[in-house]
Write a protein that binds this ligand. Structure first.
Ligand code: FAD
Length: 311
């Protein structure tokens, strides 16, 4: 058994594991895919103090840094079930897909999230070649260019407002017959000169020249007609799904969107169990935020372990 088991090996998990190992706690880190979403990212320009890096490079750096400590790294391990300790200070158990299970007195859950995909032709092919999911990350790459934002909820409308200040033109595409974002955001978007809003529009395909995106095809759901929009970028904003399905029966509090509810010390609703990063209710999903919250969760685990002896 470990004193601290971190579940998830993205920026949040790596940060948490380094912090608890530095406190002298026996620390394990179990992850389905070490590096997390960072592995799927190309250019990263907002990891402060590193003006430019690339996802696989940052993932390798996380692994190197974790490797500097006595941390037991268990890659390719998918957690399927959490059994919380039955008494304060006791051992929690995490059961993995291969049937193995690990015990620890404190857990840090950092299983991250995934962007919901459109599932249309061209989307996967042109990912990072014009198809993007994070306006804070990739917006500046499209300076002066034409982009579409797919999705008219709060995140889509916020993204469109954000992008309209950077890019040349934004087409917002919503499947429904009206935008679902807060009225104040919709009014703001409608007031912007370089934005076109299309409702009742179903995205059918992202097109490209083999190298990068050059347009998209949508169907007007009222007339049934298909139209092509020429552009250089497509931001998909139809939801970020937390990887917390495995926690559903554990008794841990999840938000209506499935995020692990945490307080400002990264404590979950269960004693001794902390959580950090995109899997949680923390506002704004970014690498630097996930790392910061990972450190918070680890220091909270330290506080918990020094105050609660094993029963
Ligand atoms: P994740 O990175 O999602 O890591 C989750 C970890 O948990 C992974 O190791 C995963 O394998 C593991 N896991 C999941 N489920 C289980 C399970 N059941 N059992 C065991 N392990 C599990 N942010 C920026 O700040 N700048 C950028 O430029 C940027 N660009 C991005 C580009 C793309 C294409 C994407 C997808 C995201 C981008 N982001 C960017 C967001 C950033 O990657 C995330 O905010 C950050 O990775 C969150 O870290 P995390 O550790 O919370 O989760």
């Amino acid at each position: 058994p470990f004193e601290v088991l971190v579940v998830g090996g993205g920026p949040a998990g790596a940060s948490a594991a380094i912090y608890t190992a530095r406190k002298g706690f026996s620390t394990g880190i179990a992850a389905e895919r070490f590096g997390g979403q960072v592995q799927d990212t190309m250019g990263i320009e907002n990891f402060i103090s590193v003006p430019y890096t690339e996802g696989p490079k940052l993932a390798a750096a996380l692994e190197t840094h974790v490797g500097e400590y006595e941390i037991d790294v268990m890659n390719l391990q998918r957690a399927e079930k959490l059994v919380p300790a039955s008494e304060l200070g006791g051992y929690h158990e995490v059961v993995f897909a291969n049937g193995a299970s690990l015990k620890a007195r404190s857990l840090v859950l950092t299983t991250g999230a995934r962007w919901r995909n459109l599932g249309v032709p061209g989307e996967a092919e042109y990912k990072n070649k014009g198809v993007a999911y994070c306006p804070h990350c990739d917006g500046p790459l499209f300076k002066g260019k034409r982009v579409a934002v797919i999705g008219g909820g709060n995140s889509g409308v916020e993204a469109a407002i954000d992008l309209a200040g950077i890019v040349g033109h934004v087409t917002l595409i919503e499947f429904d017959d009206k935008l679902r974002a807060d009225q104040v955001l919709v009014s703001k978007l409608e007031s912007m000169a370089n934005v076109q809003i299309l409702t009742s529009a179903q995205t059918l395909e992202v097109t490209g020249d083999g190298e990068k995106v050059n347009g998209l095809v949508y169907k007007d759901r009222t007339s049934g007609e298909e139209h092509k929009v020429e552009l250089e970028g497509v931001f998909v904003q139809i939801g970020l799904v937390p990887n917390t399905e495995w926690l559903k029966d554990s008794g841990i509090a999840l938000s209506p969107r499935g995020e692990i509810v945490v307080d400002d010390k990264a404590a979950t609703s269960l004693p001794g169990i902390f959580a950090a990063g995109d899997a949680t209710t923390v506002p704004y999903k970014q690498i630097i935020i996930a790392m910061g919250q990972g450190a918070t969760a680890a220091l909270s685990a330290f506080d918990y372990l020094i105050r609660n002896e094993a029963p």
